[in-house]
Write a protein that binds this ligand. Structure first.
Ligand code: N7H
Length: 460
């Protein structure tokens, strides 16, 4: 969605300290993720000093968002727990004060998310110390791919005396359907507004209609206010204006998704494979929400209409899943008023990009999200809501029969992947589905502030 900001003198998050991907998202038609191992920490501090001036912070990202000046390259970087140890920001004795999932590392946490660790590419099974995010915008997709890779190679070169490359992941928007992920659905529609950054609309608690403003401490350490009535104060001063970055390489099986919806729409009482697919996502491919447009997409609420495409709730509007199933991806991961008081505590800022060309077997989403707690945000959404067939709890059909909604068919992992679409007396089941999305790698990182990066670079 387009972003509209408060005037600079009313912005309360630190535009000069927070990296640009964190609260706004780097502008990107292509983005290269470079996963690095730090082989010589002392040399790394020297090398880091040579690229620090290239790191993009929020002020630049905001300016680019507002002025769209043409070709633009961004660089962000983040460190894993092993990386933070190598650069001396934490020690074995102090790391226990950080988010426990971050400390354990993404691969160690994979089986708890119901990933198959054997599907993880070998490079991701070894510790990765840091990631560079190199994004290119303002040019054609092919030019952006070239430019992001050229720039990434330049940064790899600048750091080559002190690091080695574990893996490079190139991502780009899809040429055939810009702004749509590989299943064909518009992405990047619903993001939380950020209090103190996003310009409120007619409703002072929202940006665009339906876009609730969330306290910045949910996404970045401050002290900034959070949704628990407190402040997100980090355990170490150098963590201020930083954020945890979750990276997941999610392979998508487009053929399996299409085959499943084609084989099952009729028995599920839907008019077409497209309608069932939209109901599994909770939006039509054009972005219009099925809760407001159950029978067919609504061009007046598509991805190009931020003023209408997010202006909905689930609870009173659709209490018996007549329009949008409880298992729909967007209803699982952001239940809105189905779960008042809880929904806003588990919001994330997403900043992913597709990988692979349409004809490739290996294609999917390089998923990225930012938060101040990996356990309470990304992992909570994946495990407690998406993977849990009983969530949303306490729902019934219009005849009062209890519903166990079933798994999030898009990202939910544990078998059996099935669901209950009943709305009234008739029982309507979705049969077992194969995996449509499989994690093939990932990393848990921390995106430090400018001050923290400078501290690393200056350290003896
Ligand atoms: Fe999801 N998809 O194409 O089906 N996602 N997602 N996601 N997702 C969303 O609102 C998708 C994944 C969230 O505020 C849309 O931008 C795919 C993970 C959240 O109403 C679509 C993959 C997690 C939202 C998709 C994937 C989330 C959201 C609607 C993997 C977290 C916002 C467009 C390959 C654990 C919900 C939009 C809201 C929206 C898809 C992954 C979370 C189309 C294909 C791993 C919070």
């Amino acid at each position: 969605m387009p972003q509209v900001f408060l005037p600079d003198d009313q912005i309360t998050v630190d535009l000069d300290q927070i990296q640009g991907d964190v609260l706004i998202g780097l502008q990107k038609r292509a983005e290269v993720f470079v996963l690095l191992e730090i082989s010589d920490p002392a040399q790394f501090r020297i090398d880091l000093a040579t690229v620090l001036g290239d790191v993009t912070f929020l002020r630049a990202t905001k300016d680019v968002e507002q002025t769209k000046p043409g070709p633009f390259i961004s660089l962000n970087m983040a460190f894993s727990v092993t990386g933070l140890e190598k650069v001396g920001l934490i020690t074995d004795a102090t790391k226990g004060q950080l988010d426990a999932s971050f400390v354990a590392g993404a691969f160690a946490r994979a089986s708890g998310l119901a990933d198959d660790p054997m599907k993880w590419r070998p490079e991701y099974r070894n510790p990765i110390d840091m990631v560079l995010l190199v994004a290119a915008s303002g040019v054609t997709i092919d030019a952006a791919k070239q430019s992001a890779m050229d720039q990434a190679n330049g940064f790899i070169d600048a750091l080559k005396r002190s690091t080695s490359v574990s893996r490079i992941e190139p991502g780009a928007v899809r040429a055939a359907q810009v702004g749509h992920e590989h299943f064909g659905f518009a992405d990047g529609i619903s993001q939380p507004g950020v209090l103190g950054l996003t310009l409120p609309g007619a409703n002072p608690d929202q940006g665009f209609p339906g876009q609730d403003l969330v306290k910045p401490g949910e996404f970045v350490f401050g002290p900034y206010d959070n949704e628990n009535g407190g402040q997100s104060i980090p355990p170490f001063a150098w963590m201020a204006n930083g954020s945890y970055l979750v990276f997941r390489r999610l392979q998508q099986d487009v053929a399996a998704f299409q085959a499943y919806t084609a084989a099952n729409f009729s028995a599920a009482g839907r008019t077409s494979a497209g309608q069932l697919a939209a109901q599994l996502v909770g939006r039509w491919p054009d972005g219009s929400p099925v809760v407001l447009a159950p029978a067919a997409n609504d061009p007046n609420r598509d991805a190009s209409h931020p003023d209408t495409n997010n202006d909905f709730n689930f609870g009173p509007q659709d209490p018996n899943q007549r329009a949008c199933p409880f298992l729909a991806h967007i209803r699982k991961v952001y239940p809105r008023d189905d779960f008042p008081g809880e929904s806003e505590k588990h919001r994330i800022l997403r900043a992913g990009i597709p990988f692979g060309d349409d004809g490739d077997a290996d294609k999917g989403l390089l998923f990225v999200c930012y938060q101040t707690s990996i356990m309470n945000k990304f992992e909570f959404l994946q495990v407690t809501w998406a993977n849990n067939p009983n969530f949303m709890f306490g729902k019934t059909t219009s005849t009062g029969r209890a519903i166990n909604p079933g798994i999030d068919m898009i990202i939910g992992q544990p078998a059996p992947r099935r669901g209950d679409l009943s709305t009234d007396a008739a029982q309507v089941n979705l049969p077992d589905a194969p995996l449509f999305v499989t994690a093939t790698g990932g990393g848990y990182f921390f995106s430090p502030s400018k001050a923290a990066l400078t501290q690393i670079a200056a350290a003896p």
